[in-house]
Design a protein around this ligand. Structure first.
Ligand code: IMP
Ligand code: MG
Length: 190
């Protein structure tokens, strides 16, 4: 039995709820707001969230990297910067999870350099307890009370299982199963 944290239905409910709140916040913008999805983890959330945004928006994507397996690294690298000009616009950064906060801090600095009007942040998950650097998350889907490693719906373990349509907390058995799949893929075992 998997330790389900958010079912598909719960995810849709959260997207509807946050989408409504964001629309309220953005109903009076001079310029069309820009939603920025953070690849690859936020792609699933971004797609579902946008279905509930009923005002004109633009979209763009940035890509960063910081994680290897379950080991956190403080070094965040920019793989793809913004392509869209966000000068004078409100930017909404869409993240899968804010954990230590290093990635979000880096994203805020990176996007600030493009001179937006203001930056709002939204994350499906917030691991407040794991926070190392202080960053604001304006809209949170689900507050995690512990440090469970999450997999599914964009969240990966060594790039695997982003396609799982719900989110589960990884158990020792889950990690064993995934490591076995990885070893086979890499030709370490037959
Ligand atoms: P932070 O820089 O420590 O806040 O980490 C943020 C990034 O690490 C997220 O955007 C995720 O891509 C990844 N991450 C953090 N926690 C988890 C998790 O529980 N499962 C999968 N990825 C995670
Ligand atoms: Mg991410």
């Amino acid at each position: 039995m998997q330790n389900i944290i958010l079912s598909q239905e719960q995810i849709q409910e959260i997207c509807k709820n946050i989408g409504g709140k964001i629309c309220q916040e953005l109903h009076n913008e001079d310029k069309i707001p820009l939603f920025v999805g953070v690849l690859k983890g936020s792609l699933n959330f971004m797609m579902d969230l946008m279905k509930h945004i009923n005002i004109p928006i633009y979209t763009d994507y940035v890509q960063i990297s910081s994680y290897q397996g379950m080991n956190r690294s403080n070094e965040v690298k920019l793989i793809k910067d913004l392509s869209f000009n966000c000068k004078g616009r409100t930017v909404i950064i869409v993240e899968d999870i804010v954990d230590t906060g290093h990635s979000m801090k880096f994203l805020l600095e990176t996007i600030k350099a493009h001179n937006p009007k203001r930056i709002l942040t939204v994350a499906l998950f917030n691991k407040e307890k794991a926070r190392v650097v202080d960053v604001k998350v304006d809209f949170v889907g689900y507050e995690l009370v512990d440090n469970t490693f999450l997999i599914g719906y964009g969240l990966d373990y060594n790039e695997m299982e982003r396609n799982v349509p719900y989110v589960y907390g990884a158990t020792y058995e889950d990690l064993e199963r995934l490591n076995l799949t990885l070893d086979k893929d890499l030709g370490r075992i037959k």
